[in-house]
Write a protein that binds this ligand. Sequence first.
Ligand SMILES: Cc1cc2nc3c(=O)[nH]c(=O)nc-3n(C[C@H](O)[C@H](O)[C@H](O)COP(=O)(O)OP(=O)(O)OC[C@H]3O[C@@H](n4cnc5c(N)ncnc54)[C@H](O)[C@@H]3O)c2cc1C
Length: 325
Amino acid sequence: MTHKELIIIGGGPIGIACGLEAKKRGIDYLILEKGTLVNSLFNYPVNMQFFSSSEKLEIDDIPFISKEAKPKRNEALEYYRRIVTSNKLNIHLFEKVEEVKKQDQQFEVRSNKVTYRSDNLIVATGFYDLPNLLNVPGEDKPKVSHYYNDPHFYSMQKLAVIGASNSAVDAALECYRKGAEVTMIVRGPAIGERVKYWVKPDIENRIKEGSVKAYFDAEVVSIQDNTITIKQKGKMQEIENDYVLALTGYRPNFSFLQKMGVALSDDGKYYPQYNEETMETNISGLYLAGVICGGMDTHLWFIENSRIHAEMILEHICSKKKVNS
Ligand SMILES: Cc1cc2nc3c(=O)[nH]c(=O)nc-3n(C[C@H](O)[C@H](O)[C@H](O)COP(=O)(O)OP(=O)(O)OC[C@H]3O[C@@H](n4cnc5c(N)ncnc54)[C@H](O)[C@@H]3O)c2cc1C
């Protein structure tokens, strides 16, 4: 069985940062990524522009040059890909970790291809694989998607956008500008507080002038082939509809963490337990990095503020190594 000092689960920006840090420090590591490189970013909307300026997305101070101050998705793919290839990082793509067991002070990491043994483990699996479901009848219809990609698809269609966060607002505006008839269904009384300050007035003004229709304090009750039924302040309404974008957020894979024995808070937020200086969880040798650290509060950690996790974790792994040698 292949043995590694460190296995990193997830080849997103933070998993890559951990791999780079491990390489710099001479640790024998392997990154396992279930999809393509930076799979979450690859699946972001095609025209997506980051809210962070490019230098805030840099890892290991490797310059990230972008055309505008805030880079686009394609530029980020290029940046992280170049980091991996030019540093010859040890990464296996399209290899999903299915189970982790701890045995005799080592982790047994079983992927869909191989089983490895590892002294340390970093879980950097992000949050973008599991959408928060509406749990309403009709949600499984092909006209419903929890991921938004390209506005052109919705041109000249009656599109319902569920949610009022950054993703929902970006999708609503882009699709409206490509000729979709957009209706937003928003559970709260207004557009989300955390929507980018330079985008919020745009959507609010489009709603005010009626170019984008919005139902506030409303929720979707059911989805039919040509309509959706919503409930607003106790009143049911049926709206004509061709497509639904349910952009109500995503959540980390908590059961994956639980099966490994990572303690999670029981307040519905599923905050994982970890040491804030070392990122080590209640399982010795098992570390968390990136957005997964925030439990259900997936806005707490992002690339900008979690890229430091790599250094913190590798510092701890190296200090343990020194003590044991
Ligand atoms: C539209 C949008 C815009 C954003 N803009 C910004 C921004 O401007 N600035 C910023 O700092 N952040 C931004 N973020 C947030 C940022 O993209 C995430 O916080 C970031 O991707 C976190 O990196 P990560 O490596 O922790 O997780 P991810 O990028 O999600 O990477 C996790 C990886 O783990 C893989 N994986 C999952 N499970 C397994 C498994 N079992 N086995 C193997 N691999 C697995 C996934 O395929 C994925 O590639 C944005 C997010 C969205 C959705």
